[in-house]
Design a binder for this molecule. Structure first.
Ligand code: HEM
Length: 493
């Protein structure tokens, strides 16, 4: 047993009376001077911090990323510079729409956020278990998320809101199809792939730019719940995915993913048949095959959930030298949103919390702010330029400029100019499914759309059915039949 320690107040004062409050006589009222009672109650009242506005329910673990292949031709990022090189990581998995106490087996995309503690700063790859997303402009994010949360009056989840939004935003169809397949209910966080989803840049030592998509391929294999199994698990063990991750790591069964990339030379971006910066589209592997990079293993459970998992803060803006952004509008929106969310949820000095802190060097002129606990730069100068300090910007880290397509600032319709094909890719995905997968996906969609209610029910169903039909005739027919909608009647609308 470890050395016995004295119980103390938060200010370190040893004390004895931990269970009985000080009272005037054994049955009398409590005295104001029992400040330990105040301290206990006051601290308890402040235990909760705001939950994440999305991805509130999650699980996390530490591990290692090991380079297995040489990709120096594409990127100078130091994390990839030597085969065999290991970098510590922290990964947080999550569901998206539910609250912090919601069930792990909800039908939802799964967050797949990785923090690589590289020698040149922390690189956050904040992705999902899907290569695409529901929308292609960040201005639509809050509207979309409102439909995934609770109805403002009934305070319940609403299939009507969900399908109203999706049916009015056909760009969501591809992601909705994935969500409605059994991939929408993975059996655990270990049995799913992860994707950076956005297009990022790689820059090599000659500052040549390549566009890149990141893929984590599970070595545990893809395993999903059926709709019925997921529903049953929600009641049986709402924390089943959390339990699964902790238990498998505790018993030494460490989950692993292969990191692979798709690489697009910069010049291809102009001529490729899909807009490579549209987050509702994949780059088919036949066009840009997967290239091996390394392997990620999770092998260490954090010893305290709140300290590590709840306080973890990831930001797509945090890329390291050799990795850059792209004009993907969704990525651009996320660059701003996450640090803003962290400053609200955790405070301005959130980067000092151990799980978020860069274990190598942090040198800058940021000072002060709530919960500044790292010495605050001591007596070193707090301004730049100065004649006294030794922190200076290094021109070696200058990123080359990015050419723009146009000099006209405007609100361009995201679906104009041939960008309105919302159907080919989901149709192709459906046609790739086995007969069994098709059947289950159709049944899941029918189940989900059956929840649409109210006087707009028929209108919403018909509008959404048209999208399914445009993706694939068999898909549309299957859903229409399941919902009991006569296709002839639809045509007359
Ligand atoms: C414009 C679109 C988006 C906005 C504005 C947005 C915003 C946010 C915000 C505010 C959070 C909470 C952060 C926190 O409090 O720690 C969050 C979490 C998260 N988002 Fe997004 N998001 C967007 C799109 C996406 C996309 C496309 C993906 C995946 C490809 C994604 C993956 C995640 C993940 C994995 C988390 C949880 C990170 C964690 O585990 O702490 N988000 N998002």
């Amino acid at each position: 047993m470890s050395e016995q320690k004295k119980l103390t107040t938060a200010s370190g004062i040893p004390y004895f009376e931990h269970e009985n409050s000080m009272t005037a006589g054994p049955r009398g009222p409590i005295l104001l001077q029992d400040f330990i009672l105040h301290e206990k109650m006051a601290h308890f009242n402040r235990e909760r911090i705001p939950e994440r506005v999305v991805h509130a329910k999650g699980s996390g673990a530490y591990g290692t990323f090991t380079v297995t292949h040489d990709i120096a031709a594409f990127t100078k990022a130091k994390i990839f510079d030597t085969i065999g090189k290991q970098t510590r990581v922290f990964v947080r998995f999550s569901t998206v729409g539910g609250e912090k106490g919601s069930a792990d087996s909800e039908r939802d995309p799964r967050g797949f956020a990785v923090k690589f503690y590289t020698e040149e700063g922390n690189w956050d790859l904040v992705g999902n278990n899907t290569p695409i997303f529901f929308i292609k402009d960040p201005k639509k994010f809050s509207d979309f998320i409102h439909t995934q949360k609770r109805d403002p009056r009934t305070n319940t989840k609403s299939a009507t809101m969900v399908w109203d939004f999706w049916s009015l935003n056909p760009e969501s169809l591809h992601q909705v199809l994935i969500l409605m397949s059994d991939r929408g209910t993975p059996i655990s966080y270990r049995h799913m792939h992860g994707f950076g989803s956005h297009t990022f840049s790689f820059l090599n030592k000659d500052n040549e730019r390549f566009y890149v998509k990141f893929h984590f391929i599970t070595e545990q294999g893809i395993k999903n719940f059926t709709n019925e199994e997921a529903a049953e698990m929600r009641g049986k063990d709402p924390d089943q995915a959390q339990r699964d991750l902790v238990e498998s790591i505790d018993k030494g069964d460490f989950p692993r993913w292969k990191l692979k990339v798709q690489i697009m030379p910069e010049a291809d971006a102009k001529t490729y048949r899909w807009n490579p910066f549209d987050l509702t589209k994949v780059w088919p592997h036949a066009d840009y095959p997967l290239i091996d990079v390394g392997v990620m293993e999770l092998n260490e459970n954090p010893d305290n959930y709140f300290a590590h998992v709840e306080q973890a803060a990831f930001a797509p803006a945090h890329v390291v030298d050799g990795i850059g952004y792209s004009p993907d509008k969704m990525l651009q929106g996320r660059l701003l949103s996450y640090p803003d969310a962290h400053r609200y949820r955790l405070g301005v000095n959130y980067e000092q919390i151990p799980v978020n802190r860069c274990p190598f060097a942090v040198n800058n002129y940021h000072r002060d702010g709530a919960m500044r606990v790292d010495g605050n730069g001591g007596s070193h100068p707090n301004y730049f330029p100065n004649s006294f300090g030794n922190i200076a910007p290094d021109p070696a880290y200058k990123e080359p400029g990015m050419p723009l397509d146009s000099l006209f600032a405007d609100w361009y319709d995201r679906n104009a100019d041939g960008e309105n094909d919302h159907y080919t890719q989901p149709g192709n995905l459906f046609r790739l499914m086995t007969a069994e997968e098709k059947k289950k996906t159709i049944s899941n969609i029918v189940g989900a759309m059956s929840g649409i209610e109210g006087h707009k029910r028929e209108e919403i169903i018909n509008r959404q059915l048209c999208h399914w039909f445009r993706a694939d005739l068999q898909l549309g027919m299957g859903i229409a039949q399941g919902l009991g909608v006569s296709v002839d009647a639809m045509a007359t609308h």
